[in-house]
Design a protein around this ligand. Sequence first.
Ligand code: TRP
Ligand code: ZN
Length: 462
Amino acid sequence: MRRRERLAAATASIACALALFTASPAPAAQGGHGPATDPYFPLDGNRGYDVQHYDLGLDYTPAAHLLVAEATITAKAERTLSEFGLDYSGPQIERVLVNGAAAPYRWDGRKLVVSPAVPPCRGESFTVRVGYRGEPGPIDDPALGIYGWVTTEDGAVALNEPDGARSWYPVNDDLRDKATYTFRITTPTGVTALANGEQQGAPVVDGDRTTVTWAMAKPMASYLSMVAIGNFRVTRSLVGGIPNTTAYDPAGAGDDSFLHRTTGEVMTWDAARFGPYPFDSVGGIIDPSGVGYSLETQSRPVYETPPDEGLIVHEIAHQWFGDSVTPKSWQDIWLNEGFATYVEWLWQEDHGGPSARQTFDDLYATPADDPFWLLKTGDPGRDQMFDYNAVYLRGAMTLQQLRTVLGDHDFFALLRAWQEKYRHANADTGDLRRLAERISGKDLGPLFQAWLYTEGKPAPLS
Ligand code: TRP
Ligand code: ZN
């Protein structure tokens, strides 16, 4: 910190301490926005506060690619915030307000650093309002491809994994800082806007523009937030007492009838195995975006083309494994993709296909010198985080090994306990090992070491 900043921080700490002197809790800590929170994405995430809610007011005109937005973030200060950071690489910022008062800020195109005129004290809830306007664009990463705000033929879709949220709103892009969301989306009348969660009332028409509000009432990691704007046909029904909302772009191939029906079936099947569905609605969106992948956006995955059964099983499995129970860092991406892939194997096993054991055996026959075995499943490296062999397939194989060692009774008890214990929270590989060891009474160190943290083909189970 420079001298002037140090002085401001000290003054703020004294102000908060004086306020606390007449109030209650503990004194405030020091300044700075802290060290990296994720080893794979060291620029992401900020310290000093905990976001409770994002209210995103988004006015989008597809023809002009123009976004006029106001994001209101409600957060709780964890120390005196004479300064704090947000991840943001979207369109031009027009103003920043903290608790309604204009706040000085600096922005380098990646990090937005705000210095509130009156710093929020530790324990206090505060709001940050950021107004911005312009043409958002996606992140084009040499290893991970296109993600973030993606412009489509007739609108846009936001697909944020792993750190694309910053391309369209200011965010604390930390896997562990889950929050609830409101999306208030205004478009030219006739354009449809969807997002995570449940639609709040009917769209409100004002002249030639229409506003629709969606809300995700359960905690959500920012990489799972989503909006889809364009020409959509929407299908609504109820499944298991909650709304099933699917949509498709009629300009693309096919429709959403198979998606709609299968999503409900898969959700019910999953809930019987892993515990209650974690969110208040379900569904899916088919939008030809050209990104080359589907995404398990919370409560409502996004697909590029009408998905087959296996893909629906994969994305709906993520609602439990990844969305409700989220890794603490991206190194543990196998907890998402290995589990979702293993649920595909379980589905096949239960629907007249090969057993999961058979699927494992077929893959285990891969020769030891094959690149299939090259990377570490439990630490594939940032650029290989979506490696299909190391993360998806060998992640699922790790779970089959665990099932073999634990037996079906303890293994399925583990899956349910994992969901129950870490519902709407975060967990890492160590948490999984500890829970599995507690349930089984077995030492699983060698299994985890061989299958997750060692390069090369693991020896057969003795
Ligand atoms: N998480 C997605 C899924 O498996 C896949 C995904 C997201 C992906 N972004 C990616 C795959 C980038 C490869 C590259 O459902
Ligand atoms: Zn996946």
